[in-house]
Design a binder for this molecule. Structure first.
Ligand code: C2O
Length: 551
């Protein structure tokens, strides 16, 4: 087994975007951060040293972390944060995953600048189940905020209102020429004709699902969240924060007399606090004899892609239904066929009454925004849940009474239901080792239906069903796909609809599940599963590493 060593120095760096220089937290001074490259089966060891004033923790988003729950990273869930001047070594093995994932800060809103790709290659000598690409290119989407994101979210939580939106979306950290004063900061992908490129798409944006397209080129989806899928062709992709998608791009057989734009902009439902703009980059056929990438003396035309409308929920639903597992002999889909534990979770935005000493900007004349699962808005503890569990000192840290269904039965009638019964708590669901779990997630937002990209730590889950309106517990399960459902770690719960997922609780530890829209996480749309140890030695959570940070 090969071990890959990395060192991540968390340090400040001056970065200029949109004619404005800002000092941002980075890894090793890079923005976006460095790539981690490993093969399936490798051991990865990353020493993170925190040189900045903020507390820090890094999450390896989508990595299964089998029996390495201490290396998962969400602050106050699996670890206390790494304090200024301290370090922590994350150590994990990549098991049964191949494709693209990413890493990001998992504390407050620091992931706005602290993120980078994780590239997982197949084991040495094992080919891809698709033609070998000429080149592989990570494309990571993000958001650029002019102001300090820590100030933005702190202010929003104090006033009980919504936070400011970002100034730009970015491709590999670059906003592109549609934004003022940004022409020089444009991502350019140089290609040759007649070749196949593997684009590793990652949505690391804080608060928006994104449509993505390249003018006059179709893309073939081959992998999602580091699991191969049945290939399908599409002109446009939808990718939610937390999702990764590998696509093949076949270039034109000859040098075209044109340049092509690639573009990404939000899919925005619900309240629509989004930045109504588009990030763009160039796909350039780099002709060896011409600076422009086209033969000389010819007119260069520029093609632009068309993207779906901002609220095109039909496109979103159809697109997500196209994803299917390979489900073949080499890559079987191990879908749990029988269910031991069943849950019905309503998820959505709600409101709290405004606390006495605050002014609140939420709806209904000054309430405080909140977000909840089964009417429970998760309160972040001041010590890590996993430590409290491991040492048997859960008293005062968390309770095990997270409800399996909502307090008031939910009925989605089309008029926004009033989610005012939100209570606060740090509650977990306890699962026996290896239980097979089914969760139906029902969207209920009061501010108009809204799509929520739900992310589960520590597991992949199978998406066995989805639909609009109310989930029908009698009829809908009859239509579940138990043959080749897609296996992923993040999925958009349809706006105004429901989604059913299954997973096997084969990984002991405490595992976070939350909306990957950072503002919804901040408002409390999160919970945790506590998976108990199994009987056998290889089914137990090992003791924590000696350098595990203290709170
Ligand atoms: Cu990518 Cu809990 O996060």
């Amino acid at each position: 087994q090969i071990t890959r060593h990395y060192k991540f120095n968390i340090q400040l760096q001056n970065v200029t975007r949109l004619c404005h220089t800002k000092t941002i937290p980075t890894v090793n001074g890079q923005f976006p951060g460095p790539k981690i490259v490993a093969r399936e089966g490798d051991n990865v060891v990353i020493k993170v040293v925190n040189h900045i004033q903020n507390n820090m923790s890094i999450h390896w988003h989508g990595i299964r972390q089998l029996q390495t729950g201490w290396a998962d990273g969400p602050a106050y869930v699996t670890q206390c944060p790494i304090q200024t001047g301290q370090s922590y070594v994350y150590n994990f093995t990549i098991t049964g995953q191949r494709g693209t994932l990413f890493w990001h800060a998992h504390i407050s809103w620091l992931r706005s600048t602290i993120y980078g790709p994780i590239i997982i290659l197949p084991p040495l000598g094992v080919p891809y189940p698709f033609p070998k690409p000429h080149k592989e290119i990570p494309i990571i989407f993000g958001e650029w905020f002019k102001a300090d994101t820590e100030a933005i979210i702190n202010q929003a939580l104090q006033t009980g209102g919504g936070p400011n939106v970002s100034e730009a979306y970015t491709i590999n950290g670059l906003p592109g020429p549609t934004y003022n004063c940004s022409a020089k900061e444009t991502f350019k992908l140089s290609v040759k004709p007649g070749k196949t490129y593997l684009l590793r798409l990652i949505n690391a944006a804080l608060n928006d699902e994104l449509f993505f397209s390249i003018a006059n080129h179709s893309l073939t989806v081959v992998d999602a969240d580091a699991v191969y899928v049945k290939p399908f062709e599409t002109d446009t992709l939808l990718i939610t924060p937390g999702q990764t998608t590998n696509v093949l791009l076949k270039t034109k057989p000859e040098y075209p007399n044109a340049a092509f734009l690639m573009a990404a902009r939000p899919y925005a439902t619900g309240q629509g606090t989004f930045d109504n703009t588009t990030t763009t980059g160039f796909l350039k056929y780099k002709h060896p004899h011409s600076a422009l990438g086209v033969s000389k003396n010819k007119l260069v035309s520029l093609f632009k892609p068309t993207l779906p409308a901002l609220n095109d929920t039909a496109f979103a639903a159809n697109f997500s239904r196209k994803f299917r597992s390979l489900a073949n002999a080499q890559f079987p889909a191990n879908v749990p066929l029988r269910v031991d534990k069943q849950f019905f979770f309503t998820i959505g935005l709600g409101t709290h009454p405004c606390p006495k000493n605050q002014t609140c900007q939420g709806p209904n004349n000054g309430t405080k925004f909140s977000a909840s699962i089964n009417n429970v808005s998760f309160v972040q503890p001041t010590t890590a849940l996993l430590q409290a569990h491991f040492t048997g000192q859960s008293l005062g840290v968390y309770t095990t009474d997270f409800p399996g269904e909502p307090a008031i039965p939910f009925n989605y009638t089309g008029t926004p239901p009033n989610n005012t019964m939100v209570s606060n708590g740090t509650k977990v669901v306890v699962l026996p080792f290896n239980a097979s779990v089914e969760v139906v997630l029902q969207d209920t937002s009061i501010l108009g239906a809204e799509s929520h990209p739900l992310h589960l730590h520590g597991f992949n889950f199978f998406v066995v069903g989805q639909g609009f309106g109310n989930f029908d517990p009698k009829k809908d399960p009859l239509k579940f796909n138990l043959v080749d459902p897609v296996e992923r770690n993040t999925v958009g719960v349809p706006s105004g609809g429901w989604l059913a997922m299954r997973f096997r609780a084969d990984n002991p530890g405490v595992w976070f599940m939350h909306c990957h829209l950072e503002v919804h996480t901040s408002w409390g749309l999160k919970m945790a599963w506590l998976v108990l140890d199994g009987e056998l030695p290889n089914q137990k959570l090992p003791p924590p590493p000696s350098d595990l940070p203290k709170c």
